[in-house]
Design a protein around this ligand. Structure first.
Ligand code: TUI
Length: 315
């Protein structure tokens, strides 16, 4: 299975499934569980202080001998520290998000580190391909957290046609149907976030997992457009207050201040009413807490059997 899949070969993994890089969620425990199960686990640097990220990178090496990745969030004030740590630890794969990764590619590619940027448009995908990216993650606006404007369906198809390097689709994928659909659009792997938030090995507060499991297709909302950084999360007191402030055109500094620390409050402290419960639109499909290995096996098996069933529909 997947023996000619370019993403599987590039990343030296068993299944073309990449774990989303959720800040405060994607730690060494989750990343190692996904990598040990044959996917690509990712440690999210997020806004972590460098000492903490250093410890997570040591830990992930202790917990798995399989390839893993580090995500560098380019909006973070500490992204350059994360870049130094990627180099020092010789992490096999670096993904980037929320910005233009030219400097990351320039510095890490010559060291043999596979750099895979998240892109939210065709122009951005073409640019990083020229800069030397090994693959791209085309992330549609169904995804949770910080998002672009194009849907996964429209983005994956157009990015796949525009570039030669492999495309990993993200946003709205949580099961085998989603994986197969992404492959039909030209992707060779999927990145899955929301479902892995509810993995047994994920250390998020139980309240956060329950909020996702209790969600349906209409549970998320986008806030932060006024800040130029739209974010998708589950509707609650926090998103209501934020939306009200945006409607009243409250100054950007006040909005920034109000939003600060809210993701940590939800993930770490379990304050899922006053914190930011970032989640994708596919939350409605996530129904249980399951081990990462079981999640991956289920998705891949379902996609494979569905692909045979669909081929028959065309016969
Ligand atoms: O980065 C993400 N998702 C995130 S980051 C995050 S932490 C955060 N918290 C509060 C406010 C903002 C961030 C939570 N979720 N996904 C990757 C991603 N990258 N999505 C969209 C993009 C993107 C958008 C535009 C990447 C590049 C890009 O370039 C265009 C430009 O003009 O910068």
């Amino acid at each position: 299975m997947f023996s000619s899949n370019r993403v599987v070969k590039l990343l030296k993994i068993k299944y073309p499934v990449v774990q989303g890089a959720m800040a405060w969620v994607a730690d060494a425990d989750l990343a190692a569980a996904v990598s040990n199960a044959g996917g690509l686990g990712i440690v999210a640097a997020g806004n972590m202080p460098p000492e903490m990220l250093d410890a997570e990178l040591l830990k992930v090496r202790r917990l798995t001998d399989k390839p893993f990745g580090l995500n560098i969030m380019l909006l973070s004030p500490t992204w350059k520290d994360a870049l130094d740590l990627a180099e020092r630890h010789g992490v096999p794969v670096v993904t980037t998000g929320a910005g233009l990764p030219g400097k990351v590619i320039e510095r890490l590619s010559p060291l043999g580190i596979t750099v895979i940027p998240v892109v939210a448009s065709v122009a951005h995908a073409e640019r990083v391909e020229k800069q030397g990216a090994a693959a791209v993650i085309a992330e549609g606006m169904e995804a949770g957290g910080h998002i672009g404007e194009i849907t996964t369906m429209a983005l994956t198809s157009q990015v796949s046609q525009a570039i030669k390097i492999p495309v990993i689709a993200a946003g709205g994928v949580a099961d085998g149907r989603g994986m197969l659909a992404a492959f039909a659009l030209g992707a060779e792997a999927v990145q899955i976030g929301t479902r892995f938030v509810c993995a047994a090995e994920s250390n998020v507060h139980i309240n956060f997992k329950k909020k996702i499991i209790g969600a349906n297709d209409r549970s998320t909302v986008i806030t932060g457009r006024a800040l130029g950084h739209p974010v998708r999360s589950i509707k609650n007191k926090f998103t209501q207050a934020f939306t009200d402030m945006e409607a009243r055109a409250v100054p950007i500094e006040n909005l920034d201040k109000f939003g600060s620390g809210k993701l940590r409050a939800a993930v770490v402290d379990g304050d899922v009413e006053n914190g930011s419960v970032m989640s994708g639109q596919i939350a409605g499909l996530v129904r249980a807490i399951q081990p990462a290995g079981q999640i991956i096996e289920e998705i891949v098996t379902e996609a494979a059997s569905l692909s045979r069933a669909i081929a028959e529909r065309f016969a």
